[in-house]
Design a protein around this ligand. Sequence first.
Ligand SMILES: Nc1ncnc2c1ncn2[C@@H]1O[C@H](COP(=O)(O)OP(=O)(O)O)[C@@H](O)[C@H]1O
Ligand SMILES: [Mg+2]
Length: 269
Amino acid sequence: MIANTTIQESGASQPLLAGEIDSRHGPILYLEDVNVSFDGFKALNHLSLYIDSGELRCMIGPNGAGKTTLMDVITGKTKPDSGSVYFGQTINLLELDEPAIAATGICRKFQKPSVFDALTVFENLELAMHADKRTWPTLFYRRNAEQNERIHNVLDTIKLTSLSKHPAGILSHGQKQWLEIGMLLMQEPKVMLVDEPIAGMTHQEVERTAELLLSLQGKHSIIVVEHDMEFVRSIAQKVTVLHEGSVLTEGTMDEVQNDPRVIQVYLGE
Ligand SMILES: Nc1ncnc2c1ncn2[C@@H]1O[C@H](COP(=O)(O)OP(=O)(O)O)[C@@H](O)[C@H]1O
Ligand SMILES: [Mg+2]
């Protein structure tokens, strides 16, 4: 237990700990009146968005609606021309660069898998844990029981326990995507941004991805951008429709799919 105490102490010395995000009086993540333009073209246009702690939010919208730009703004890759972007009540994300934003507990899963094929599934998760700055000191010690348990919990969540000793290179496309989600989970993110998670997956893999994302709600705040409407319906709680850089409407899947403005926008695609 001495080793565990050391980890917690090293974490407490960091200025921004994921556990310290103050969302007690409102959303965990909010964007207000955000504008982003590229050479005069408004990729985000007076966009406002509020994400609650533990919520699983789906973002849909036609190509060019601004979905990826929105994620770029949250993660600090793109700085808006104007507007507010806050994490909890106190962290102004516009004042932080990309690594500092990642260190607050906001992480992003890209489409292209970045797992290490030559390492085992277990080792990939172990490596991801060490990429978390808060556990850096443990690189120089043997893995302790608490860390072992963390890895096994994530293996269980992503349903890859039986493949843990196999090299990641043998995994199917879908399994690699889950491993990548597992690697994010090793860092215990507060907010996970997931862009088009099911691209290229088989029908069965899509179903398991839906189960996986649903199992994470409540523990993490997740924003999923996805084109596939059937998939969105299978996981949707609240759906936000983006169009021309603004929120067109929000609601349940049934509400947004029956909204004449949404139908109009998709027919026009
Ligand atoms: N770096 C950039 N430079 C110029 N235009 C961009 C850039 N990034 C995005 N855009 C434009 O902004 C709009 C929104 O893009 P994007 O956020 O990728 O939409 P989505 O992900 O919803 O398809 C598009 O018209 C796109 O061409
Ligand atoms: Mg996109």
